[in-house]
Design a protein around this ligand. Structure first.
Ligand SMILES: C[S@@+](CC[C@H](N)C(=O)[O-])C[C@H]1O[C@@H](n2cnc3c(N)ncnc32)[C@H](O)[C@@H]1O
Length: 220
């Protein structure tokens, strides 16, 4: 079975191709909350009105779904672009337990709608949250000064080293607006050096449960 339960009770998926999981085995929901929501979305949303987010990659949709819940809760206006080249199946999306585990059973239909919505179409989920999924390779990204936040959630450098190279990080830098924030669960020295090398100001933050550190990079 590709779907398994992480230590906080939320599901994740094992990638058979890369032999790694989509989230931390210590807790998928906890990881998304700590790395992406608390370290990037929250500080940005508290300092400005209207946030645009680039999600690398869309995967199970957990990052997008939890961001949508935050947008509803705090009435933050968020535009979310989720990039994914190898989407999970609708059948798999149906099996994921995120709406129940997050105590949002009434949002289960919206979670599925995220998976079922068309590619390259901006879909309104509410007055606060809009989602556009793009089916493309990260290597094809060519956004310029467009996003306030990047959730850099690629598989680890051990599994996909090509996604942590300077060429990709340069694309991430270009895609952000000035003062934009990129966050990643990865705290490897070589990744931090690559981020610095393309121009980011880099800081190490306390990691989510089970991980000592994570990385936040700002485009100054
Ligand atoms: C760590 S998982 C993303 C987890 C996701 N944020 C979530 O909430 O489930 C990495 C994702 O990157 C996708 N991926 C891997 N290589 C890619 C590439 N070169 N271009 C686009 N997507 C890619 C995988 O299919 C997978 O969905």
């Amino acid at each position: 079975m590709r779907i398994f339960e992480t230590q906080d009770g939320s599901h994740s998926i094992l990638s058979e191709k890369y032999g790694v999981s989509y989230h931390s085995k210590y807790g998928a929901i906890q990881e998304t909350q700590h790395v992406f929501i608390d370290a990037a979305l929250r500080p940005k949303a508290l300092s400005q009105k209207g946030i645009s987010i680039l999600g690398i990659g869309f995967g199970t949709g957990l990052n997008a779904f939890m961001t949508y819940l935050e947008a509803e809760k705090y009435q933050w206006k968020i535009n979310y672009v989720g990039i994914e080249a190898f989407p999970i199946s609708i059948e798999e999306a149906h099996q994921l337990n995120y709406p129940e585990t997050l105590n949002q059973p009434n949002k289960a239909a919206d979670f599925l709608k995220m998976h079922e919505s068309n590619w390259s179409e901006l879909v309104d989920f509410s007055d606060y949250f809009k989602l556009e999924k793009r089916k493309m390779l990260f290597q094809e990204i060519d956004f310029q000064n467009q996003f306030d936040v990047i959730y850099f959630d690629a598989f680890a450098p051990t599994a996909q080293p090509e996604l942590w190279e300077p060429t990709i990080m340069q694309k991430m830098y270009n895609a952000l607006k000035k003062d934009g924030i990129l966050v990643t669960y990865c705290a490897k020295g070589v990744v931090k050096r690559t981020l610095k090398g393309v121009g980011f100001v880099v800081e190490s933050l306390k990691g989510p449960p089970g991980k000592r550190e994570m990385t936040r990079a700002i485009k100054k």
